[in-house]
Structure formats: structure tokens, C-alpha cells
Write a protein that binds this ligand. Sequence first.
Ligand code: ATP
Length: 235
Amino acid sequence: MLTVRGLSAGYDAVDVLHAVDITARAGELTVVLGANGSGKTTMFRTISGIVRPSAGSIDFDGRQLPDLSADSIVKAGLAHCPEGRHLFAKMPVEKNLMLGGYVRRRNRGRVRELLEHVYELFPILHDKRHQPAGTLSGGQQQMAAIGRSLMSDPSLLILDEPSMGLAPLVTAQVLDAVAQINRDGIGVLLAEQNAQTALRIGHHGFVLAEGRVVLSGTASELLDHPDVREAYLGV
Ligand code: ATP
């Protein structure tokens, strides 16, 4: 369980997030909606230890994440799959995946299981495991980026706009896989432009605007909320 309270953070002493409260319950899929620049990425980067908070607390299963290094945060079970895919283009797909398993390298058996699980979820990655990651299509690269995050054996996976730049059919495949990951018992914190699909597969959601939480509720409450319908569902 992730509990963010009163979180403020930003860049160069200018806060982008202002006293944000967000909870991601264990095993649930939590959706974060918000226009470009509303602070979703900054919130995720603060949770995963890349950006230092200026105020507030981030509790993850009883630990204060700002006290931990980014590496220890991954070891504690929180994986962050950033926007953009950040794969090593010339490196084979499987090696890219294995990099995600680095924090579990002492447990070779577990790493092997995780890799098999990623290949079950994304059979295309198994077919292309020896190819350079840069030769994959955009959707396949996104699958590889998600797979790499799964290799760290997370209990909570943060996904920042996994469908960015993907065609609708590929977006649907990627979000189906996200739903499957969640059904497999991994908590997911998802920022996604496709609000309707995200809320359909999600349990709870939050709406950020200008670095503040302006709305929160169950996914079905948000799907029915007039502000969400107008701003995100085009109704
Ligand atoms: P997007 O969907 O476009 O990524 P977002 O909701 O994730 O948007 P952020 O990327 O967190 O929003 O950006 C929030 C604000 O922080 C924006 O005003 C942005 O210009 C600013 N910002 C983001 N990254 C940096 C940075 N590295 N240095 C300075 N300002 C930044």
C-alpha cells in the first residue's frame, strides 16, 4: 500500500506538486488523470526517488520512501516504468529485460521465473528476444519496457502513459496487458490519456490539475462524474 500525504515537490525550488494526497491500495489498479503538465510525471518521479519532495510523506508498506535510495525503493517492491521507453536500442530484447532484474540478481531462480512470466504475458518478446530492442515496433517496445519493470518483481508498478504514441489497437493490447498484470496480483498506479479504458480496468482514481488533487473516487464514480466526462471522456 502506498500512501502519499501532503506531498509537494518540483524543480529548482519551484514546486509543481502542492500538498498532494494519494493512496494506491495493495493489489488495486489506481488511475491518475490530468492534463499535460498537471504534475503526474513529477509525482511518479518523486515517489520513485528521482525528485526530492519539499514537503510531505510517502509511505510504502510502512517505509518512508524519501529516506531510501532509488535503488532501495526498487528493492522494496516499487517499479517505475517511465514515459518514453528508454530501452537500449542496440541491446537484445532479453538483455534489456534482464537489466530490470538486476536488483534480484542474487536469486537466479526467481529471475528466471520472472522472465518466463514476462514472456507468457508478451509472447512476441520471446519471439524477438535476440533482436536489438530498437528493431521492435512502438507497441512492442512499450511491452518490453513494462516487462523490464516486471523483472524487478514489484508489488506496485507505476506506469507513466504506457499508450503514448501508440495506435488505438496497440493501445488496447497494452492496456489489456496492464489489466492482466493487475489481475495477477500486482498493484498498478497508472497515468493514462485514455481515461475511459483506464477507468474501466481501474479500481480507484485521482484527477490532478496544476499539481493538486481536484477529484478522487472509485473508478465508476469518476466514469460517471460530470467533470471527468466533460474533460476526459468528451461527453
Ligand atoms: P505530461 O503528461 O506532459 O508529462 P505531467 O502531468 O506528467 O504532464 P509533469 O511532467 O510532471 O506533468 O510537469 C509538471 C510541470 O513541471 C510542468 O509545468 C513542467 O513544465 C514542469 N517540469 C517537468 N519536468 C521539469 C524539469 N525537469 N525541470 C523543470 N520543470 C519541469
